[in-house]
Each structure stands twice: as C-alpha cells, then as structure tokens.
Design a protein around this ligand. Structure first.
Ligand SMILES: Cc1cc2nc3c(=O)[nH]c(=O)nc-3n(C[C@H](O)[C@H](O)[C@H](O)COP(=O)(O)OP(=O)(O)OC[C@H]3O[C@@H](n4cnc5c(N)ncnc54)[C@H](O)[C@@H]3O)c2cc1C
Length: 314
C-alpha cells in the first residue's frame, strides 16, 4: 500500500476519529510539544490490527499514546500516526482475574476493583495514565512493580498478529517490559485480584493519594519522575540514597530553570512546566541535570520519561 492510499483509506474509515496535524500538547501531562502528523482514535482490536499492518506495509511509523503522562513530545511533533486506544472495557474473568483494555485509566481500574471489593491494585491509586502505558513501563509505587499483579497481556505485533503473553514472559524489570524492544502494542491486560474489604482497600488507596500529595508537585504540569533511580550496578557515593531525586537535590539543582522549565523544589526528580515551557527547554534541563550529577558524583542518570520525536539536545 502506498503512503497516500494508507492516509486516504484511514481518513475515510475513521471519519472524525482521524485528524491530520493534530496538537499533542493537550494530550500530555507536560502540556508541551508539537503536533502528530496524524492522530487516530482506535475503538476495536480489529481496527488496531488492520491499521498497524497497513502502516507497516506503507512504511509509516505508528506511536501509541496512552494518558501522555510519561512522555516528552518534541516541539516539531511526531511523524506518522499516533494512535490512542479507546479500548476501555473492564471485566471480571474469574474469581482471581480482572481484564482491562489498554485504554482504561489506572485510576479507573483501581476504582472499579475497589468498588467490587477486589484487592491487588489499590496501591496504584493516583498513578496517571492507562493500562497500556503502565504495562510498557512496569508502573511502580512504594517499591512494588505492577508486574507483580499481571497475569497475562494481550499484545498486537507490528504485522497485526495478536498474542497472549503470560506475565512471566513479558520481560518485566525496573521501568521495563519486552515491548520496549519489540514495539508490540498492548491491547489488554489481565490482573490478579483477591477478595478484600472495601473500606480497607479505600484506606490503602487514600494513603497512596495522600503520600503523593505530600511529596509530588501535582498542581503543575509534569511527567512524573524524569530519571530512573540508579541500578544496583551503579556506584553511588556513600551517604547518598540510591535515588535520582536525592542525587539531583545534593547537586543543588532544585529550582534550576531553563526557559519555562524548572526542577521542582518539592521533588527534585520532577521537572515542572511553569506554563511557557517548550519541549526543548525541558530537554535542555534534563541534560543539564544529567551532566551535573555525572560531574559531581560520577553517576550516569538514565531517562525514565520517554522522548517522542526529534530533539536538538540529548
Ligand atoms: C504526577 C505524576 C505522577 C506519576 N507517578 C508515577 C508512579 O508513581 N509510578 C510510575 O511508574 N509512574 C508514574 N508516573 C509516570 C506515568 O504516570 C506512568 O509511567 C504511566 O504508566 C504512563 O502511562 P500513560 O498511559 O500515560 O503512557 P504514555 O505517557 O501515553 O506513554 C508512555 C510510553 O508508553 C507507550 N504506550 C502507551 N500506550 C501503549 C500501549 N497501549 N501499547 C504499547 N505502548 C504504549 C508510549 O508509546 C510511550 O512510549 C507519574 C506521572 C505523573 C505526571
């Protein structure tokens, strides 16, 4: 299929669910970045399979976007098709399993399970984004990875084929899953749950939310933690916790600003957008923090935030 034929076919097939030159900044929590060349809202697994297969034939890149809460979109935007998965069903498969579409928000899933007295996911209350993004990056909270709750994941490969992958074959690790390497797209995930007491589950969710409010700059646009914490192989100077935020703080970088981007005073591993930031301001600040931590402590910080598109810095 040619590129023009692909674009004409999908513009006709999706109608107002297809947009050219679509602003992405409002679809991200950082509120920066340029447009998607094309933006497609996908409402079924069949549509997703056809779109990725035909895009692959036409040589057009496809980028999934969930809640946009862990991405920095370049000011020039993203080439090809950005797909948002409107796969929002949640069902109880059996006593110990809940299955959710990739487009379900983590907060929606937490509310759904708590409301039915199902324990397992309540600690993730307040985690922005969707099931798709949480699986890709193995969303973590309070030292626990969401991988510990995943029974299986339904994935679409770039040739449009679908596979059901058990959790232990997802290549989960800190901030990682196999799809970072394979480019597979999460269609749905099944989570392990257990019977629980609604009031106790609510209390645990509230405790997570409360701790977030105390420690994170939630009133400002951000993408959560910018850097991963150092791995056990990284040598961190004695007396400094093995935490990216602690290293940035000890380097004296809290409050450092480039353009409209600033390292948060509340949480040194957050960069906040003061309102007028560009993606380039944020990217420069990321590199500045990385350079400074390397120079002061000899630790190389790795990105947790996913940069989409082309950047001049970094
Ligand atoms: C205030 C704040 C607090 C946060 N706290 C936490 C926290 O406690 N723990 C934590 O782990 N993270 C946290 N984050 C980061 C973010 O919420 C998580 O990484 C979240 O899981 C990202 O999900 P998303 O749907 O927004 O993904 P997006 O930001 O939309 O995308 C992230 C990556 O996943 C890919 N992706 C999205 N959907 C799919 C899919 N269906 N299939 C394949 N790939 C896909 C995208 O292409 C991109 O590469 C926080 C962010 C903010 C803003």
């Amino acid at each position: 299929m040619t590129r023009d034929a692909f674009v004409a076919r999908w513009a006709a097939a999706l109608g107002d669910r297809w947009q050219a030159d679509a602003p992405l900044a409002p679809l991200t929590t950082f509120k920066v970045g340029g447009p998607a060349e094309f933006l497609a809202d996908i409402s079924s697994e069949a549509e997703l399979r056809a779109l990725v297969r035909e895009a692959s034939d036409a040589g057009i890149p496809v980028t999934p976007l969930g809640g946009g809460s862990n991405v920095l979109v370049a000011d020039e935007g993203i080439r090809g098709v950005v797909v948002r998965l409107r796969l929002t069903d949640i069902e109880r498969v059996d006593r110990e399993t809940v299955r959710a579409g990739a487009g379900v928000t983590i907060n929606g899933l937490v509310r759904w399970t708590i409301g039915r007295g199902l324990a397992g996911l309540e600690a993730w209350a307040g985690t922005p984004g969707t099931v798709g993004g949480a699986i890709r990056g193995n969303a973590h909270w309070g030292g626990q990875d969401i991988a510990t709750r995943v029974r299986s994941v339904t994935l679409a490969a770039r040739d449009g084929s679908i596979v059901d992958v058990p959790g232990d074959q997802m290549g989960f690790a800190y901030d990682r899953s196999r799809i970072i390497d394979t480019g597979e797209i999460v269609v749905a995930a099944s989570f392990v749950v257990a019977e629980g007491n609604v009031e106790e589950l609510r209390a645990r969710a509230r405790a997570s939310l409360h701790y977030r409010k105390q420690t994170q700059p939630l009133a400002m646009p951000s993408a959560g933690c910018i850097f991963q914490n150092p791995s056990p192989d990284d040598s961190v100077p004695a007396g400094i916790p093995r935490s990216a935020g602690a290293l940035i703080d000890r380097a004296g970088l809290k409050g450092l600003r480039i353009g409209g981007a600033r390292i948060s005073e509340r949480h040194a591993n957050f960069i906040v957008n003061d309102g007028g930031a560009t993606a380039d301001d944020i990217r420069q600040l990321i590199e500045r923090a990385r350079d400074e931590v390397r120079r002061r402590f000899g630790v190389e910080l790795r990105d947790e935030v996913v940069c989409l598109g082309t950047f001049r810095h970094g």
